[in-house]
Write a protein that binds this ligand. Structure first.
Ligand SMILES: Nc1nc2c(ncn2[C@@H]2O[C@H](COP(=O)(O)OP(=O)(O)OP(=O)(O)O)[C@@H](O)[C@H]2O)c(=O)[nH]1
Ligand SMILES: [Zn+2]
Length: 212
């Protein structure tokens, strides 16, 4: 994330797809004050040296971890769509995902693999991970995250098909609760041409293939 994407000005940034209003000092102060109470409720002393700035740090961290609410994923894609007669599958794989489980406010993280088959337009490659981030940096469940990415690419780029596979570890399942350290959750969502078994299978082969 570049500095200008999260400035404090409240203005849209230079490419116009980020409307920032979350690094608002009043909000930081309010969230921080809640965290000061939470620290006390946890039996800690919010006045001890190591914790003095913790409520504010947590407030800022949370705002960063949810800054996707300020992003407009459709605009991100629209900002770099190009006419091109390329009609093979385009796959961007191993995109890091960091999101927050909406049930426990704990992280889930892993990788997203995305493909589309152009229908007259391609999109700037970096915009695909940007769309992933725009939806991931919110309170999420993995299934909704998967569908939102699929729907955004399908409705904005209008390709012949979109495929999204996401594989994540959920800290709410490893650090607490059922405490399964190695379980990975895989979700997928497809449109159009990916209903075809051969197309889907080409995608799955490409995302498991290694360049090494
Ligand atoms: N489907 C889905 N479930 C999720 C996701 N993230 C967390 N969960 C689950 O949300 C569920 C919430 O269930 P509850 O029984 O209300 O919460 P809980 O008592 O904390 O459940 P445990 O985690 O089983 O201790 C849990 O089963 C979590 O594993 C997600 O992305 N998708
Ligand atoms: Zn959870």
């Amino acid at each position: 994330m570049k500095e200008h994407d999260l400035d404090h000005s409240g203005e849209e940034n230079e490419i116009g797809y980020v409307k920032v209003d979350r690094y608002d000092p009043l909000k930081i102060e309010r969230i921080a004050s809640h965290y000061s109470d939470i620290l006390s409720d946890l039996g800690e002393d919010p006045q001890r040296e190591g914790l003095l700035k913790t409520p504010e740090r947590v407030a800022k961290a949370l705002q960063f971890l949810t800054h996707g609410y300020d992003l407009k994923p459709e605009e991100i894609l629209k900002s770099a769509m190009f006419k091109e007669e390329y009609s093979q599958m385009v796959v961007v794989k191993d995109i890091e995902v960091y999101s927050m489980c909406e049930h426990h406010l704990l992280p889930f993280f892993g990788k997203a693999h995305i493909a589309y088959i152009p229908n007259g337009h391609i999109v700037g490659l970096s915009k695909i991970p940007r769309v992933v981030d725009a939806f991931a940096r919110r309170l999420q469940v993995q299934e909704r995250l998967t569908n939102e990415i699929r729907d955004c690419i399908q409705s904005t780029l209008a390709p012949l098909g979109v495929a999204v596979v996401i594989e994540c570890k959920h800290l709410c399942m490893s650090m607490r609760g059922i405490q399964k350290q190695n379980s990975v959750t895989t979700t997928s969502a497809f449109t159009g041409a990916f209903a075809n078994e051969r197309t889907r299978s080409e995608f799955l082969t490409l995302i498991t293939a290694s360049l090494d």
